[in-house]
Write a protein that binds this ligand. Structure first.
Ligand code: ATP
Ligand code: MG
Length: 157
């Protein structure tokens, strides 16, 4: 479907904000601009659900989660950052592998199968996008992905 991404993103964040724990703050850096993406809404919802759940799961008390979208040439870049414990540099790329979990002892109590980001990567690649993460141990993690933007229709201002 052709989706106006920013309102779609707000809607997903709203859903998490309604149920969220009080000690985590949300901050949105989402421009008030119409950006159209051709995508499977259910699949991208699943991708965002996992990224946002991870950000919440690994956020410390009093942490802020930041949501951001930005147009970059013919792509839209979406990111979610947290102020959690982060991921060691040499392990950041591995989190997109199936069943990979950074620290078994640490993650055991937090639950999950280690499949969320592997599925997210498959879905983003099926949309001809890219997904990656940047992280600093003790500072936090940002997960980014891109989706190709649709060309503007001539009948649309
Ligand atoms: P599932 O998503 O299947 O419930 P999961 O959350 O453990 O399980 P992924 O979402 O694939 O699996 O994440 C893989 C691993 O990457 C996690 O177990 C965790 O170690 C690490 N990770 C993911 N997101 C973050 C984050 N925001 N901060 C710190 N570590 C993270
Ligand atoms: Mg997960």
């Amino acid at each position: 479907d052709r989706v106006d991404f920013n309102p779609f993103f707000h809607h997903i964040i709203d859903r998490f904000e309604m149920n969220k724990v009080e000690h985590i703050a949300f901050e949105r850096l989402i421009p008030d601009e119409r950006v159209f993406v051709w995508m499977d809404q259910d699949k991208i919802t699943q991708v965002l659900d996992n990224i946002i759940s991870n950000a919440i799961k690994y956020s410390p008390e009093g942490g802020t989660i930041r949501f951001h979208t930005e147009k970059r040439r013919n792509k839209l870049e979406i990111s979610v950052s947290d102020e959690g414990m982060g991921i060691p540099t040499e392990k950041v790329d591995k989190i997109f592998e199936r069943f990979y979990r950074v620290d078994r002892a640490r993650t055991r109590k937090l639950g999950g199968t280690g499949l969320g980001l592997a599925i997210a990567r498959e879905m983003i690649e099926a949309h001809h996008g890219e997904i990656w993460a940047k992280s600093k141990e003790g500072k936090g993690t940002t997960v980014f992905f891109t989706l190709p933007l649709m060309k503007k229709r001539r009948d649309q201002s």
